[in-house]
Design a protein around this ligand. Structure first.
Ligand code: SF4
Length: 317
């Protein structure tokens, strides 16, 4: 079966999105440009979000003591054994909040990344409350000649949950940031975490409907993992029953139901979190890689004859 996103996969994958946009495979290269985060430096909070440990997802080639150019060169070498035919890259400003700095610093690091001959754009991960007008003006300017995507940590659509995570912003701020990016025609991305304290299955499934009404280009889905060195790792060691973490197969069933409710033209970039196993306190899903999990979900969806958007409905305004 060929779906609206013009291939046989049962949901609209990130690789399909880039093949449609650029006619080729594109690889993201993580960059750590030495940013911090207002939820760590005291501006919004200290200690950060209770689940956050940036070391859990920074690849080894990506370190702030190296120049941006060096990180790109090392990233290309790192990925070359696996993606031999990839010749174009997006610099992924991943660690902490990558618009949280002076405009002159942002210009310097973004320009250095874009000056690499194989880099055709940027993906910039940040918080919804870190997008002042002057930064947005600059990103709009850059997006006239380069692919620029801004990725927002949504995490949950519920303010009560956001307070429990110590996020230091509301869901309304996320909506405002996504609407502003959309008005400026800058593609956006979002993260959601499932299994957060206090959220029921119905609440989590309802988030598919909520985010589908937003001008969001792509979404990453993650199961909650308790990561070493975080505030929640300390709490988990004392009170594990305070957390209801997804088992692997239970999450697989959930993710399929979530995708069925998602707007058909929203790109699904990830289906699961993948911190290094030694960093994960719980849940223990063994050594299955996110790619293998994704392939299993695709097979299951095909055998169930289901697909993205099967149960999606536009909200009448
Ligand atoms: S998850 Fe993002 S916003 Fe929260 S503390 Fe970590 S870097 Fe800051």
């Amino acid at each position: 079966m060929i779906y609206p996103w013009a291939d046989e996969k049962p949901y609209y994958t990130y690789s399909t999105y880039f093949k449609r946009l650029f006619g080729r495979r594109i690889q993201k290269l993580s960059i750590d440009a030495g940013f911090t985060c207002p939820n760590r430096d005291g501006t919004k909070g200290i200690g950060g979000c209770y689940y956050c440990n940036n070391d859990a997802f920074n690849p080894s080639y990506c370190r702030p003591d190296k120049s941006i150019t060096q990180q790109i060169t090392d990233g290309i070498a790192f990925h070359s054994w696996r993606y031999r035919r990839v010749t174009r890259y997006l610099a992924y400003f991943q660690a902490f909040s990558n618009t949280y700095g002076s405009l002159s610093y942002l210009k310097r690091v973004y320009a250095e990344a874009l000056s690499h001959p194989e880099v055709i754009g940027l993906v910039i991960s940040t918080r919804p409350d870190c997008l002042p007008d002057e930064t947005l003006d600059y990103l709009s300017e850059l997006s006239k000649k380069n692919y620029i995507q801004v990725e927002i940590g949504i995490e949950s659509c519920y303010d009560e949950t956001l307070r429990k995570l110590n996020r230091g912003h509301s869901f309304a701020e996320t909506v405002k940031a996504l609407e502003t990016l959309s008005r400026r025609r800058i593609p956006s991305g979002g993260h959601l975490i499932f299994g957060l304290p206090g959220e029921t299955l119905d609440m989590m499934l309802n988030e598919a409907q909520i985010i589908s009404q937003l001008p969001l280009t792509s979404i990453k889905l993650h199961q909650l993992q308790i990561i070493k060195g975080t505030a929640w790792a300390a709490e988990y060691s004392l009170h594990p029953d305070n957390f209801k973490l997804f088992e692997r197969n239970e999450y697989a069933d959930f993710v399929i139901r979530f995708i069925e409710r998602l707007r058909p033209d929203m790109v699904v970039e990830r289906l699961s979190a993948e911190a290094p196993p030694l960093m994960v306190v719980a849940p223990n899903w063994g050594l299955e890689r996110a790619d293998a999990f994704q392939q299993d979900i695709q097979k299951k969806m095909i055998s169930l004859q289901t697909y993205q958007g099967k149960y999606f409905k536009f909200n009448e305004k």
